[in-house]
Design a protein around this ligand. Structure first.
Ligand code: ASP
Length: 350
């Protein structure tokens, strides 16, 4: 744990997991390498100007977020729990590729949150002149340390801060691999926007019922989930292998439009077979925005009749994380289905 700034007001823990933001170009071979994170103040002297104490914690080794596994989420949840009383907010520096998965997972794994957990990263390493990393980090620090008039956190949620927009973590999704606006929240308004000032959209920010409750963490995850994206030409064999797979307890069916899939006999037969095996099947749309509504078309209705449950306007990332979390809590698939259609952490509009 490195003490970066000793001025007292809010205290922030900056957790570095890896990703582009923490890389610097090596002067000798010009490759991108993670820099020594205890030097963060040297790289971004601007964060030293905030009237808050910022400590840092780096995971070793730092990883490209394509290598993220649920074990990282468990480690993050444990670290946040361990340090919860010492800090007013947490910033998780993370690669962009799987940031929405991690933010979604943490939103379910942390219960009774009264403090901000802000994920951010960058498209360009912090050591290059046009980096977006500095601005993202500076906005994240300001948001993670922001308090309202009563001294409570402005945003006591797990969120993603990127390119001046603060999004609910479990509503975010990576939408662009090369532009600075890498993330969107297509089905939920931004929680805040950073312009000259940070404008908080307070009507959309979730507040705890009890500001003095303690944080509990759920680190037991069951990862036996597959994702099946429906497409023209999909074969019975592929569908069957995934829906009825031995190691699969739940399947996220990425369907067309408002939740439609082919109405062919073989497809219905496989759904029946999967239902007979007590598989949990969740319907999430392939569209970037909008919601599943299985009542609109006959093809959607037939999925509902086959026992497929409604994923509403969930992102795939959030549906996956929610399944991991619920299945980790209980072996009862009926209970998991019941909870899947409930709005637990603002992840669906219901
Ligand atoms: N591949 C990198 C990662 O997700 C990309 C990034 O950091 O933006 O870790």
């Amino acid at each position: 744990m490195n003490k970066v700034n000793t001025t007292r007001k809010s205290a922030i823990l900056l957790i570095y997991t890896g990703g582009t933001i923490g890389m610097k170009q090596d002067v000798n071979d010009l490759t991108l390498k993670p820099f020594d994170f205890s030097q963060i103040l040297e790289e971004v002297p601007e964060i030293g100007k905030f009237a808050c104490k910022i400590d840092s914690h780096a995971f070793n080794p730092p990883i490209d977020s394509s290598d993220v596994e649920p074990s990282l989420w468990q480690a993050l949840a444990n670290l946040i729990k361990e340090k919860y009383e010492e800090y007013d907010g947490f910033i998780v520096l993370h690669g962009t590729d799987t940031m929405s998965y991690s933010a979604s997972a943490l939103s379910f794994m942390l219960d009774g949150l009264t403090k901000p957990v802000v994920f951010t990263g960058s498209q360009l390493p912090i050591g290059v002149p046009r980096t977006d990393g500095k601005e993202n980090l500076i906005s994240a620090v300001e948001i993670a340390s922001a308090k309202d008039n009563e001294g409570h956190a402005e945003v006591p949620e797990v969120c993603v801060c990127f390119d001046s927009i603060l999004m609910r973590g479990n509503r975010s999704t990576k939408i662009n691999s090369e532009e600075f606006r890498a993330f969107g929240s297509p089905n939920f308004p931004p929680l805040a926007e950073a312009g000259i000032n940070i404008r908080y959209n307070r009507e959309f920010i979730r507040k705890p019922n009890d500001w003095y409750q303690s944080l509990t963490i759920n680190t037991s995850l069951d990862t036996r989930v597959s994702i099946l994206k429906i497409h023209p030409g999909i074969t019975p064999r592929v569908v069957r292998n995934i829906l009825c797979g031995e190691d699969t307890r739940a399947v996220i069916l990425e369907t067309y439009g408002s939740g439609n899939a082919p109405m062919k006999k073989w497809f219905l037969d496989i759904l029946d077979e999967a239902a007979g095996m007590d598989k949990i099947i969740v319907n999430v749309t392939q569209c970037l925005a909008g919601t599943v509504n299985m009542d609109i078309y006959a093809n959607g209705k037939m999925l509902e009749k086959a026992g497929v449950i409604d994923g509403y306007d969930s992102t795939t990332e959030s549906a996956l994380a929610k399944l991991f979390y619920l299945m980790g809590k209980s072996g009862d698939n009926g209970w998991v289905r019941e909870m899947m259609v409930k709005n637990l952490k603002g992840e669906i509009s219901k």
